[in-house]
Write a protein that binds this ligand. Structure first.
Ligand code: FES
Length: 54
């Protein structure tokens, strides 16, 4: 999912199910979007997962 930080999709989904309902909260919980590309590769995908799983 977040390639820069090596965070798998399952970890993001888990965070969303545990209440991270915004990209900012997913970032705080998992560190996603804080890698080299600053979320340009993963942010959109995280938004899709939030819409799907929250
Ligand atoms: S892929 Fe997530 S910060 Fe680059």
């Amino acid at each position: 999912m977040c390639l820069c930080k090596g965070i798998p999709e399952d970890t993001i989904i888990e965070a969303i199910k545990n209440g991270a309902d915004t990209v900012e909260k997913v970032k705080e919980t998992t560190g996603a979007t804080t890698g080299y590309c600053h979320g340009s590769r993963c942010k959109g995908k995280i938004e899709e997962l939030i819409a799907k799983y929250k």
